[in-house]
Design a protein around this ligand. Structure first.
Ligand SMILES: Cc1cc2nc3c(=O)[nH]c(=O)nc-3n(C[C@H](O)[C@H](O)[C@H](O)COP(=O)(O)OP(=O)(O)OC[C@H]3O[C@@H](n4cnc5c(N)ncnc54)[C@H](O)[C@@H]3O)c2cc1C
Length: 404
């Protein structure tokens, strides 16, 4: 019997793949229902894969490890798999794929129904406390002990513990002899050293750069959101992994915001001059009206040390230059990341050098397999993490059943 620990995306996929390959499967989930985290994905719409997957979208100590599973079960297989279960895919910007229903619940439903149709035994409210190995595995629950020939650990990492993945799986892996790369929150909001209460809730298109020792580490473009602790929005989330690494190394990362990424410095200065000419009597606090959100415009004027009531015509060329600099490089120290509750994924996890990338089987413990976020692989935002869960779950499930 194959015992799968964790009924999230990767565990459900592993269960289906194992059962389809003829395995007898028991799926254990600590929550009362399967797939709790899936319901929260893609703002409740579930961005379940991406049509343009590249290795650069994956991170960890050895991202190439992911290729074994991604090649065996690539995005087109994900689309075929879900289409056969009735899910109609809709591809949006940047290759993000959602179900046409726009309901994450429909992804959970079709997986649950398929598990049922395949006769997979599902036990909910079954939290695994311990796994002992002897000739077989003994999987220990609060009120029961289960014998299994194979175990697939699909418990997720530590991100979003309110959905059930509280890091217990990493402890189980460690107790079985696996090395764990220290887990860190990723795809999470950034805390900044300076916040402007008046900007809270403002969304704006910008390019943001992450700097360390004045060197650019990474940059992202898109809609950012100012908050009471710092910055949110996809570009901020995307830089959080590297910001977290820098903070862990004792560096002092800086975020540089560029509100005019498509303007050269010269073009920007010209645009500022033109605004002055067009509206010379407008007070500077309204200088950016119609270009940037009003509150952001006012805050930039004050941050540049300019009097908000002075007329636009009073701007000197020197002041125009410093304003231009601020618009293109408004800098904030990054002081931290929000925590596990807000994080979408876990960076770090089970060290992949101790796992066979072609089967997902442990190199340390025979008949032990891994799937999903518990492994030291994390993806960018955009459907890459769920694709990893499907690919690794499919591989672990198929291989565990094949070797029966
Ligand atoms: C808010 C949010 C939005 C997201 N949006 C997207 C998105 O749109 N697209 C995308 O690709 N990715 C998204 N992600 C990431 C994605 O959801 C995860 O990477 C993916 O769900 C990981 O799947 P998993 O099966 O490895 O782990 P999980 O989904 O975390 O599932 C693990 C399961 O194991 C159970 N479990 C844990 N320990 C035990 C135990 N000891 N005994 C029994 N059961 C246990 C848990 O209760 C849980 O149900 C999002 C994440 C969050 C938090």
């Amino acid at each position: 019997m194959i015992c799968i620990v964790g009924g999230g995306a990767s565990g459900m996929m592993a269960g289906i793949a194992a059962a389809r390959s003829g395995g007898k499967v028991l799926l254990l989930e600590r929550n009362p229902r399967l797939g709790k985290k899936l319901l929260a994905t893609g703002n409740g719409r579930c961005n379940f894969t991406n049509s343009e997957i590249r290795l650069e979208n994956y991170h960890g100590q050895d991202p190439a490890f992911a290729l074994g599973a991604l090649r065996r079960f690539p995005p087109h297989k994900t689309l075929e798999f879900f289409a056969s279960l009735g899910v109609v895919p809709v591809t949006e910007a940047a290759g993000r794929v959602f179900p046409a229903s726009n309901q994450a619940g429909s992804i959970v439903d079709v997986l649950r129904w398929e598990l049922e149709a395949l006769g997979v035994q599902v036990r909910t409210e079954a939290q695994v406390q311990e796994i002992r190995r002897g000739r077989e595995f003994t999987v220990v629950l609060a009120d029961d002990e289960i014998k299994a020939e194979k175990v697939i650990l699909a418990t997720g990492g530590k991100a979003h513990p309110q959905s059930g993945s509280d890091g217990k799986g990493l402890e189980l892996a460690k107790s079985l002899g696996h090395r764990i790369i220290a887990p860190r929150p990723a795809l999470v909001q950034l805390q900044l050293g300076k916040v402007y209460p008046q900007l809270q809730g403002i969304k704006v298109h910008a390019e943001i750069q992450l700097l360390a020792r004045r060197r650019q580490i990474a940059s992202r473009k898109g809609e950012i959101l100012f908050t009471n602790y710092g910055l949110s929005g996809l570009p901020a989330l995307a830089l959080s992994r590297q910001a977290g690494e820098l903070l862990a190394q004792g560096e002092e990362p800086v975020l540089s915001l560029n509100f005019a990424p498509d303007f050269s410095e010269e073009d920007l200065l010209e645009a500022l001059s033109l605004r002055q000419l067009n509206q010379p009597r407008r007070p500077l606090e309204r200088f950016f009206a119609g270009w940037l959100p009003n509150k952001l415009g006012e805050t930039l004027i004050r941050a540049a040390g300019l009097a908000s009531t002075a007329p636009a015509s009073s701007l000197t060329s020197q002041q125009r230059r410093s304003l231009g600099k601020l618009i293109k490089a408004w800098r904030f120290p990054v002081t931290g990341l929000l925590g596990w509750q807000q994080a979408q994924v876990t960076a770090g996890g089970v060290d992949v050098s101790q796992v066979d990338s072609t089967t997902m089987e442990s190199k340390v413990v025979k008949n032990l397999y891994f799937a999903g976020e518990i492994l030291d692989i994390d993806g960018d935002s955009g459907g890459y993490n769920l694709q990893w869960a499907w690919s690794s779950g499919f591989l672990a499930g198929s291989e565990a059943a094949r070797k029966n």
